[in-house]
Design a binder for this molecule. Structure first.
Ligand SMILES: Cc1cc2nc3c(=O)[nH]c(=O)nc-3n(C[C@H](O)[C@H](O)[C@H](O)COP(=O)(O)OP(=O)(O)OC[C@H]3O[C@@H](n4cnc5c(N)ncnc54)[C@H](O)[C@@H]3O)c2cc1C
Length: 308
């Protein structure tokens, strides 16, 4: 297939495209399917609408790998402001950050300081901080960061990727800290010695890891979050939770804004805890390429936007 997963993941690495394509109006229009708008106000308006049918929101400002300490400080300041907005507006919303946005590549100590400040702010405003997982070169540092923050702010959550071969061991290592784990399939281009090349293997690993997390939840040792739009998989996980006696409030289902929206509503109506991750910001190119990689058929939206 000319527009396969690898094609979009290769484009996602281009800083030139990231700087230029985001200015093209027709591409901007195409992203509307996955993000309500570029401003935090757009994202907060979407959160209020999601809250009306009982869904929570997780906000994320797009961007990654800052290169200057001042940029990391600006990201921190933005989220401090956002936590205050969440509280003032009474939104049922959390925030998810990428460690490289908070300076992990520049200075791990600075990144830890800023992450800790955000977790403190989340705690003070009745919200929660989530830590995203980036490509495999960051996993050790991200897990170490998570353990540090979790020791001080117990509500903090981390994303863990099912496609990585190392993940069963990482989950076992996390168990002593009573983790809050958002299990996702994984969105980056990784070599075969690091991650399963075949999607079927990732899907199988996701279910097996879900089983591990649900058993830990049954023993009160973990809060599992399943971050996937794979509805059949969600159905199997929900059935397994029931078998293990893990009530719907003891695990959650998180999906991205604009994807499987009717299923999100149905799961909520069925009594599940459902949260929707809402992205905003102008640095959406890399992130959008990863969405196209997940489902190359999405390129149709871009083409239709070009034509109309
Ligand atoms: C809340 C949340 C947080 C995430 N955080 C991270 C993170 O921190 N790190 C990370 O590496 N990845 C993260 N991801 C992305 C994740 O790794 C996958 O790339 C993404 O969720 C697609 O995989 P899937 O589980 O939905 O399953 P798939 O098997 O890829 O898809 C299942 C079905 O969902 C539909 N679908 C999936 N994606 C799309 C799409 N883009 N457009 C339209 N339909 C689609 C398709 O119909 C498909 O049949 C996150 C995902 C979610 C939902």
């Amino acid at each position: 297939m000319p527009f396969g997963r690898g094609f979009f993941l290769a484009l996602a690495k281009s800083s030139f495209l990231n700087d230029h394509v985001t200015q093209w109006g027709f591409v901007k229009r195409a992203t509307k399917r996955f993000m309500p708008g570029e401003t935090p106000e757009d994202a907060m308006a979407a959160s209020a609408a999601l809250a009306a049918d009982g869904r929570g929101t997780i906000f994320t400002k797009l961007g990654e790998a800052v290169t200057e300490p001042s940029e990391a400080a600006a990201v921190r300041d933005h989220y401090v402001w956002l936590f205050d907005q969440i509280k003032t507006k009474g939104l049922p919303a959390h925030v998810s950050v990428k460690p490289t946005q908070l300076g992990l590549d520049i200075d791990p100590k600075l990144c830890a300081e800023y992450t800790m400040e955000l977790a403190a702010k989340a705690h003070a405003t009745g919200s929660i901080l989530w830590i995203d997982m980036e490509d495999s070169s960051y996993v050790d540092r991200t897990i170490a960061l998570y353990k540090q923050v979790k020791a001080a702010y117990a509500d903090t959550g981390i994303a863990i990727q099912a496609y990585l071969l190392r993940t069963p061991k990482d989950i076992a290592d996390l168990m002593p800290v009573n983790p809050i784990v958002r299990l996702v399939k994984g969105a980056y281009s990784e070599p075969a010695h690091v991650a399963f090349p075949r999607k079927a293997d990732t899907d199988r690993a996701f279910y097996e890891l879900s089983d591990t997390l649900l058993k830990a939840a049954a023993a009160g040792k973990c809060l599992p979050i399943f971050g996937t739009h794979d509805i059949a998989l969600v159905g199997r996980i929900a059935a397994r939770a029931q078998e293990l006696g893990v009530a719907p409030g003891k695990f959650e289902i998180h999906m991205l804004y604009g994807i499987k929206d009717a299923e999100q509503q149905r799961l909520r109506a069925d009594g599940h805890t459902v949260k929707t991750l809402v992205s905003y910001g102008s640095a959406w190119f890399k992130w959008y390429m990863r969405r196209l990689a997940e489902r190359p058929a999405n390129i149709g939206f871009v083409l239709r936007s070009m034509l109309g």
